[in-house]
Design a binder for this molecule. Sequence first.
Ligand code: RIB
Ligand code: CA
Length: 316
Amino acid sequence: MRRNVIIDCDPGHDDAIAIIVALANSEKLNVLGITTVAGNTTLDNATKNALRILEICGKDIPVSMGYSDPLLNKVQTAAFVHGESGMDGPELFEPQLKPTGKHAIEFLKETIENSLEKVTLIPLGPLTNIGVLLKTYPQLIEKIDVVSIMGGSIYGGNILPKAEFNIYQDPEAAKMVFESGVNIIMAPIEACNEGGIYFDESDKFVEGGKVSKFAYELFQYYGQYCKKNGWPYTVIYDMTAVICLLHPEYFESEPMRVTIETQGASTRGMTVCDFRGGAHIGKCEDPVTVLTHIKDRDKFVQVLFDSLKALDSQLS
Ligand code: RIB
Ligand code: CA
């Protein structure tokens, strides 16, 4: 089944790779649009980066700007990971493409309403846009097949001991999404961490075409952060939320009740995943499909390698 999808993101090195994988698999994913949100970097930077990624890939897909801050607080950008631009490393040209001028919420609403098929949303950043959309227009839920989220964690966080970056940025918006009743697949840190790309694998990207060389430059920069953390490879969190739609058979998952902590002094932004199963899950009306493992890393990362080759050959 070919899915109509909208990617909501905060590019961001791993967002960029996730977008590349989605664009390369157009026989399965019909990317209707991209919406941007502040997170890894400012909204303006994220939007320019999204436009740059599309231009490099030779795709003219509408990009609409969303919220420049979370609902309650100011965004806490992650220049320490992604650099001041949000996508340091590659040469950052001034994009020719322009955003639609529509707010992300209106673009999402119109596109979902006008789609003949149900739409799949793929949020890869803080959930501000998606939370407001579902709170404001709950009637859209029946036209959303699934929301495949990179976010949250089952046991431990990254930005804080118990909070993952995307959820932590806007826990109130995340709560709106997880309590909306929409169908959710959650790609938590733990599953994403099993799908890393070894440094010698990404070094080879330099031998490819334009898109591969762009990916090489992204990995060269972002890989330094991973090396500094002592990781054995580069973790591209966001592409997990895309690949699980292309190849669900590559994953193990569990239905879980997931609640969002918004009050905790040291746990604000935590995704409280109830993995007790059994009778406990029986009382949960809308369990979340939580990805728990990547069954085969080689097959998982091969999707990226094939995606780079596919886009390179489209441009040659
Ligand atoms: O915690 C990882 C997530 O936060 C990824 O989406 C990354 O791009 C950042 O947004
Ligand atoms: Ca992201």
